[in-house]
Design a protein around this ligand. Structure first.
Ligand SMILES: O=C[C@H](O)COP(=O)(O)O
Length: 245
């Protein structure tokens, strides 16, 4: 995949909301464009709760363990059986609220890959880390989880500065361009020059075009604005237009 505009519903939504979303979103989510996908990561209980059409349906987490005595964990194989097409790993809410470690994100990426589900590793720094000049150090530490992949692996990385998530204030285009350039160069050195780089953090219809215009931005991971088909559709269209897709 070259370009991805994906939503993350987090712990929001129910059957009624998904049905309403898909009724409005699916008709405008036209024929498949080569190398491009839109879709949403819904809570587990909604993965099979609607017809997503040409949009991808994703999970927001996966077990770091193999199948076995791990009460409450959902494995990659289980997600695959549900028809899950992509999975988020290492979202900052999981790192900071649930204490997810780099070792766990590595195991989760591997579980998704082995189950044939497209993995997306989320990375990003806190405001303190940025202010201390530790942006690159933090990103490099989080990117260490990618060492399970080979040059042929198919996956994406989403840059989500923690201070821009859910705040309504996205990173400036200059900050996004800087971070994405660093990610692109770092990944290219490891043979991952083909990996799409998504941006997440207060993406909305009003800023989607200027963020999509950045060369090293190959997609978005949209939280709050993906809950409504209207705003998510506007972001999707702004992205396609900016990239001439
Ligand atoms: O996964 C999505 C990000 O956490 C962004 O969330 P947000 O668009 O509500 O800031």
């Amino acid at each position: 995949m070259n370009y991805l505009v994906l939503g993350n519903w987090k712990s929001n939504g129910d059957q009624k909301a998904l049905t309403a979303f898909l009724a409005e979103f699916s008709p405008v989510n036209r024929a498949l464009i080569d190398g491009y996908r839109t879709g949403i990561a819904v809570p587990y209980h909604l993965i099979q709760a609607g017809d997503f059409g040409s949009a991808w349906v994703g999970a927001q987490n996966v077990s770091a363990f193999p199948p076995g005595a791990y009460t409450g964990e959902i494995t990659g194989g289980m997600l695959s059986e549900l028809g899950t097409q992509f999975g988020l790993v290492g979202h900052s809410e999981r790192r900071h609220l649930m204490g997810e470690t780099v070792e766990q994100t590595r195991a989760k990426l591997e579980n998704l890959q082995q189950s044939g589900i497209y993995p997306i590793l989320c990375v990003g720094e806190t405001l303190d880390e940025r202010n201390q000049g530790r942006l690159h150090e933090v990103l490099l530490a989080q990117l260490a989880a990618l060492d399970i992949f080979t040059k042929d692996s198919s996956f994406a990385v989403a840059y989500e500065p923690v201070w821009a998530i859910g705040t309504g204030v996205a990173a400036t285009p200059a900050d996004v361009a800087d971070a994405h350039r660093f990610l692109r160069e770092t990944l290219a050195e490891r043979g991952f020059g083909h990996v799409p780089l998504m941006y997440g953090g207060s993406v909305k219809p009003a800023n989607a075009a200027e963020l999509a215009a950045i060369d090293d931005v190959h997609g978005f991971l949209v939280g709050g604005a993906s809950l409504k088909a209207g705003s998510f559709g506007e972001i999707d269209r702004a992205f396609l237009e900016a990239k001439n897709l």
